[in-house]
Design a protein around this ligand. Structure first.
Ligand code: MD3
Ligand code: FE
Length: 217
């Protein structure tokens, strides 16, 4: 009994679930990075705090956002774009910490994409009730590169559709430490996040943080 328990722990590998052509879910992949990752995120949000962006259509997003890396994703009444300057501070976005660079590159390699070097890391913060409507990520110039996504804190229901907005999305529960890699044929699939359920996470409290690493150009 005891031996079995230890064997299971010793053999534990992050799981690898293929959810579409080019899309792989690596459950728990970020766990070994956690001790370095959380303090790095705290530094970033001190420099460039979370804010609620307004869409070109005039809607305030329920998800709060910030960025790190040489480019950050921003939305305002003029449109969506990547910008090297944080419009709220007038300064460059905080640099991409090595631990994040490493996590993103290792996860991409695990998904079959070698030498992934993202310029941008978009950081999303969900509090209970916050959601992200179905959308495509298409503000990048390079669709050959994957997007790497890291989930932290409260669990969320991720909605994964197809190339058409009308394709019925499948639902996946994403938990603390889960990493997903989206490339190739699934790079432009519609996706979103259902309203976050209330809860309390041991490390991050009453919120979910999602990081998306993007190669922009
Ligand atoms: C599937 N974020 O920031 S990450 C986003 O959990 C975004 O905050 C969500 O969608 C979040 O744009 C989902 C997972 C994700 C990211 C990019 C994708 C899934 C994707 C690109 C293509 C297909
Ligand atoms: Fe997206």
């Amino acid at each position: 009994m005891t031996a079995d328990l230890f064997e299971t722990v010793g053999d534990a590998r992050p799981s690898r679930e293929i959810i579409a052509e080019g899309a792989v879910l690596l459950r728990g992949f970020a766990r070994p990075f956690e001790a370095e990752l959380i303090p790095a995120l705290r530094m970033i949000v001190k420099q460039s705090p979370f804010r609620h962006l307004v869409t070109p259509g005039g809607h305030r997003m329920s998800v709060a956002m910030t960025n790190c890396g040489s480019l950050g994703w921003v939305s305002d009444p003029r449109g969506y774009r990547y910008d090297p300057i944080d419009p709220n501070t007038g300064q460059p976005w905080p640099a991409l910490p090595n631990v994040l660079r490493k996590l993103a590159a290792n996860a991409a390699a695990e998904g079959g994409f070698e030498d992934f070097a993202p310029e941008a890391c978009l950081i999303n913060r969900y509090v209970p009730g916050a959601k992200l409507s179905l959308h495509q990520d298409k503000d990048e110039l390079d669709y050959a590169a994957p997007i790497v996504s890291v989930s932290l804190g409260l669990p969320a229901t991720f909605l994964f559709g197809g190339l058409k907005r009308s394709d019925t999305p499948r639902r996946y529960r994403l938990e603390h430490g889960d990493v997903a890699v989206w490339g190739g044929p699934s790079r432009l699939f519609y996706h979103g996040v259902a309203p976050l359920a209330d809860g309390e996470h041991g490390v991050l409290g009453r919120q979910r943080i999602n990081l998306t690493f993007r190669k922009v150009r």
